[in-house]
Design a protein around this ligand. Sequence first.
Ligand code: IMP
Length: 194
Amino acid sequence: MKKLLFASHNPSKVSELIRLTSSYLEIDTLADLNYTKEIPETGETLEENALQKAQTIYNEFSIPCFSDDSGLFIHALGGEPGVHSAHYSGSRNHSLNNQLVLDKLKGVSQREAYFKTVFCLVFNSEEHIFFEGIVKGQIASEPQGSGGFGYDPIFIPEGHTGTFGTLDAAVKAQLSHRARATQQLIKFLAETYK
Ligand code: IMP
């Protein structure tokens, strides 16, 4: 089975990625490499951040790797929190970030939103490729459930009545933004490395 380094310190993303790729790929993690330095993400788009993260790790280890930059985009908030999802409230605290979203949407009936993931696979210092995945849904009126991470307790994916926080992890693994980006990555790897 092929091995690929995942350039992320986020344990929730790492465990989702291991689950999503388990039949096709062995995921090497930064923890496996004892790498603990913070990875900068100073871009204005998910693509810029994903590229920056993967290039940082490529420059460190000189081996191909891929990164994930993701965000929640809410129509009624002009696309916020978007690329600023990780520290929307000024902190990385998920409950505070969720509460800020709910406060801003108080009395707002239009609650359409989507999660988007961008992966960047870096092959060497010159070549990289992006993959993306989106899942549409609605913002709940209050947090529900404790599954997943980040904004999962307030996001109800299309076709469901409960948030990702209440749904089984297997459901998120089938239809999430990250699952869809992973399908693209795996298809690319299968076609490129036959
Ligand atoms: P980043 O991709 O490391 O910049 O982090 C993006 C932020 O978006 C995370 O800290 C979470 O708050 C949120 N996020 C990303 N993916 C998910 C997800 O699958 N569920 C819920 N929140 C997510």
